[in-house]
Design a protein. Structure first.
Length: 110
């Protein structure tokens, strides 16, 4: 009598194990492929050592090169390098460009 209720859900139109396996296979097929391996983290030294993460090269000990400023960047009075119209550190506006100095041209009247 204890096993009487067993399998009644399947007989009544419930889920069957084969459907569960099919759903799992469909989900696995729908998942995107993993991303390709990215470049090693860190910086590359002039000696060829890649993956340095500190301030100095792990192979030769030379210091990490200073980053090149972005095109159109400006340095605020607080010392922060910025590219927008306002400083990202203190909020000061970008200074206006210095006026161009025009040299007078003397025309020879003769």
């Amino acid at each position: 009598m204890a096993f009487m209720g067993m399998n009644m859900a399947g007989a009544a139109g419930g889920m069957n194990a084969q459907n569960l396996y099919q759903m799992g296979a469909q989900q696995a097929a729908a998942q995107p492929a993993p991303a390709p391996a990215s470049a090693p983290a860190g910086w590359t030294c002039s000696c060829g050592q890649t993956g340095n993460t500190g301030k100095f090269c792990a192979n030769c000990g030379s210091p990490k090169p200073a980053p090149t400023p972005a095109a159109g960047s400006w340095v605020c009075s607080c010392g922060t390098s910025n590219t927008g119209k306002f400083c990202s550190n203190c909020g000061s506006p970008k200074p206006a460009p210095a006026p161009r100095q025009v040299q007078p041209v003397w025309l020879d009247p003769g």
